[in-house]
Design a protein around this ligand. Structure first.
Ligand code: URA
Length: 183
């Protein structure tokens, strides 16, 4: 499937119950040839309304975090583990994640990024390892099909608990350094 076919197919996806309550499918945004892919959890209310990832409060913070290491969102690609909003912003269930992640797998194949940054434990639990512990393992490097992969706290977690921001600042610096080494 090429990019347009993939996006079209994803838009009409009914592989789990989340399609029943979605307003918009939130496929992803950014440079389809990006060297760095950021992966969040799933759309919130604003994202569901506008069809774009990270446009609410957490998204504004993500933009600030990116700017602190000289990155604009147009230079990267941003996607989520699930493409439709889980009601009340609950965690996507294991069944919903299993139904939805083939879309992300296909996006990763097409983008072919050199580095992946997981935003929070849900993304890390799928892309790094099942029992990923965000508190202990954020900012560590792992490998995903030959790519560098790491996880940082989700911006929504930083809004809830600003004491985590220092750690995230260091993780972002580490990502900035690593990004200088990738082509
Ligand atoms: N939180 C996420 O994980 N993804 C979004 O797109 C917005 C908020």
């Amino acid at each position: 499937m090429d990019w347009n076919e993939l996006e079209k197919a994803c838009e009409s996806c009914k592989k789990c119950e989340l399609y029943k309550t979605r307003n918009k499918n939130v496929f992803g945004v950014g440079d389809k040839k990006a060297r760095i892919l950021f992966v969040g959890e799933g759309p919130g209310a604003e994202e569901d309304r506008l069809g774009e990832p990270f446009v609410g409060r957490a998204g504004k913070l993500l933009d600030t975090m990116l700017a602190s290491i000289g990155i604009d969102r147009s230079q990267i690609y941003i996607a989520n583990i699930v493409k439709c909003r889980p009601p009340q912003n609950r965690d996507p269930s294991p069944e919903e994640q299993t139904a939805c992640t083939p879309w992300l797998d296909a996006q990763i194949e097409l983008i072919d990024p050199a580095m992946i940054v997981c935003l929070g434990r849900i993304a890390a639990g799928y892309l790094i390892k099942k029992d990923f512990k965000i508190t202990a393992e954020h900012g560590h490097w792992f490998t995903y099909n030959g790519r560098r992969i790491t996880a940082i706290y989700h911006p929504a977690a930083l809004l809830r608990d600003p004491s985590k921001r220092g750690d995230t600042f260091e993780d972002l610096r580490m990502i900035e350094e690593e990004s200088k080494l990738i082509k």
